[in-house]
Design a protein around this ligand. Sequence first.
Ligand SMILES: [Fe+2]
Ligand SMILES: [Fe+2]
Length: 199
Amino acid sequence: MSLQLNRTSFGDPLNTGNVLSKEQANTLLNEWVKNDRLKLHMHQVAYLMKSWAAEKEGLNETDQWRWEMAGLLHDADWDQWPEQHCRKIIEELESRNIDPEIIRAIASHGPNHFGVEPVTRMDQMLYAFDELSGLVHAYSLMRPEGYSGMELKGVKKRLKEKSFAANVNRNEIADALNRADLELDNLIPFIIEKQQITI
Ligand SMILES: [Fe+2]
Ligand SMILES: [Fe+2]
């Protein structure tokens, strides 16, 4: 099974600025995704994207929603059509005339799987948050106190343990951080802080 998209351009530049409303995006998510764990992951990544856009990139509310929407829908097709991940959601958003930057970010959230390079800041941050968010959440589930009192060094220790959350690809985390020009020491505390809000 190959998920390669074999494409480099997404959406139509004429649709720049077109977004779904929050209600439309949530309806799509709830119709397509039945798995609660995956839903939570998508909400967590969405909140990280929105918070990063606001606090680190200084973007306005319109742009914050564009970032949030990319996070919210990036895995929308994974639950029901894993063999079409992320082709199906891309085609859906193209048919709804959505902003090409949002579609591109979704298309590049796994460059090793989909063959699309993360280029924009939105692309880079979605890729970086995607796997790291999952690892931090897995760690919260094994701690009796959950997120409370979680520390950077604990997460880094788990990251070094290959058997912990073994489905989280450590090479991809390193690759994503490298592309985003960020360190674990910056990104993990941000994820711990924001992620406890979405649970
Ligand atoms: Fe994905
Ligand atoms: Fe994901």
